[in-house]
Design a protein around this ligand. Structure first.
Ligand code: NAD
Length: 478
């Protein structure tokens, strides 16, 4: 039996020019069984072998960077980032390869029991056999690898299902995997939509999901029923606080960059700004001045700052948030609703003032190049409003100096807080752990050492080195 093909829209033309062919249930089950069969040898081969194989994959990705970048450019409608991504992924693989042996060594605990000196302990690592990765459309290749790479190094087999919205990059990436047969035995991409995602969750031993809160919530319930771990990286509504003492041109640049990078289609985009009312007008003047200089990445894919909406429905959501805010009294300072150009949906950098928390644009994830700015009486009000959110992915504080920013940042309910800039999360991938707050995630940090160690079950080997205690130890009157 064949499965139903899914149409794929081109974000620059609006036309359907590609289809996704999901696997049938039988094909998926057979694929997962094959990965499971190969995984024990992969795990048993040791970290040195896995590092050597993964380094060859990094080389293959770089050698095929143009083909991967071209495919992702068609998927996302943006050129520069698409062509940088293969190099970012290759660098990330090599970084994990450098780090993995030391991480394993340091995580291995061995010694003598603190309560019984004749008992010693050692740690065995037992990777989950098959990890499922389900990823979104906003950074197709990069987000499909963030969890898969450390999981492979940990010794898991991995099946990846990227978004059906942006599937074209899979073919050239699969070709790089095929160049490394040892890896091809334990890593497979499959294309498909929600049905394929649901089927994968029924097959795997652990799930890494990156995507929206509603999908994450549904998948967490399936994982709970199956009693398997779910590592969820979900949506955000990042706040930025700008204090009265901040350097306003710098603050405006940081906020704007954080808000409109990839046309706002970033989970940790700056989506709301709280500024001290004493500098509000000057900040808005600076922000709108800088925003008006940004150009659409149209008609030439190699020029401009703001690419198209990858998903047409996302443009509708952003327009809806904007219309809701304006109907409730917000003031449009620059930019505006989305424009349709040759079938692609675009939006100019958009600044809104006079906003408050009755508006969708301050509470729901917008995922577009919009900067709504609310004036606050003082830092306490700014902190209260920043924390008034169902999300808690990351946040930012721009103040007069680093110490002032850090004092405010410590009060924010978010997993990563950028100080004196925005969106610094991407720079700490292997360095430091972070925990998402509220609905922005579940299951522990994908960053830092835990990014790899979470895929390993710890088995404690406990050895009695002296005689077994005699039965007197069981006497109630002993
Ligand atoms: P989505 O939840 O609609 O889809 C994500 C993936 O899940 C896709 O592969 C999709 O096919 C699959 N899927 C959808 N419904 C499913 C179901 N019922 N069962 C199984 N699989 C299903 O999200 P999206 O629109 O692709 O991505 C945008 C969202 O991702 C935003 O909320 C954004 O903030 C979030 N995101 C989070 C991070 C992070 O690291 N926290 C990074 C990037 C994007």
């Amino acid at each position: 039996m064949t499965s139903t093909q899914l149409p794929v829209r081109n974000p620059r033309t609006g036309r359907v020019d590609h289809v996704v062919q999901p696997p049938t249930a039988a094909e998926l089950a057979e694929l997962c069984a094959g990965l499971r069969r190969a995984q024990p040898a992969w795990a048993a081969a040791g970290i040195g072998h896995r590092v050597a194989v993964m380094r060859r994959w990094a080389d293959a990705i770089e050698a095929n960077a143009k083909a991967i970048g071209d495919a992702e450019m068609t998927d996302t409608g943006r050129s520069r980032v698409s062509h940088e991504v293969p190099y970012m992924v290759a660098a990330s693989i090599r970084g994990w390869c450098d780090a993995a042996p030391g991480l394993l060594e340091r995580a291995r605990l061995h010694g003598v029991s603190s309560v019984s000196p004749t008992v010693s302990y050692d740690t065995e690592f037992d990777p989950y056999s098959l990890l499922g990765v389900i990823s979104p459309w906003n950074h197709p290749f990069l987000l499909s690898t963030l969890d898969a790479v450390p999981a492979l190094l940990a010794g898991c087999a991995v099946i990846i299902k990227p978004s059906e919205v942006t599937p074209r990059f899979v073919e050239p990436v699969a070709a790089t995997i095929a160049e490394v047969p040892e890896l091809a035995a334990v890593l497979r991409y499959v294309t498909g939509g929600p049905d394929t995602g649901r089927a994968i969750v029924e097959e795997v031993d652990a799930l890494c999901f990156t995507g929206s809160v509603p999908t994450g919530r549904a998948l967490a319930q399936t994982c709970a029923r199956r009693f398997i771990p779910a590592f969820l990286e979900l949506g955000g509504k990042d706040a930025a606080i700008v204090t009265a003492s901040a350097d306003l041109p710098q603050a405006a640049a940081a906020v704007l960059k954080g808000a409109v990078h990839n046309a706002g289609q970033v989970c940790f985009a700056t989506e709301r700004v709280y500024v001290d009312r004493s500098v509000h007008d000057a900040f808005i003047e600076e922000l709108t001045g800088q925003a008006r200089l940004l150009e659409l990445n149209y008609p030439d894919v190699d020029r401009g700052h703001l690419g198209p909406f990858i998903l047409a429905r996302q443009a509708d959501i952003v327009d809806d948030h904007l219309a809701d805010a304006l109907a409730r009294g917000a003031v449009l300072q620059c930019g505006g609703p989305s424009e349709t150009l040759d079938g692609g949906r675009y939006m100019r950098a958009t600044v809104l003032t006079g906003v408050d928390h009755s508006m969708k644009i301050m509470c729901e994830e917008t995922f577009g190049p919009v900067v709504p700015v609310q004036a606050c009486h003082d830092v306490d009000e700014a902190v209260r409003l920043a924390n008034d959110s169902e999300y808690g992915l990351s946040a930012a504080v721009i103040a007069g100096d680093e110490a002032e920013a850090a004092a405010i940042g410590r009060r924010l309910n978010a997993g990563a807080v950028s100080l004196m800039d925005t969106s610094l999360t991407i720079t700490i991938m292997r360095d430091v752990e972070k925990t998402s707050y509220n609905s922005s995630g579940l299951g522990g940090s994908r960053m830092g050492p835990n990014g790899m160690l979470r895929f390993l079950r710890r088995k404690a080997l406990l050895t009695r080195s002296g005689p077994v205690p005699d039965m007197d130890s069981l006497r109630e009157d002993a």
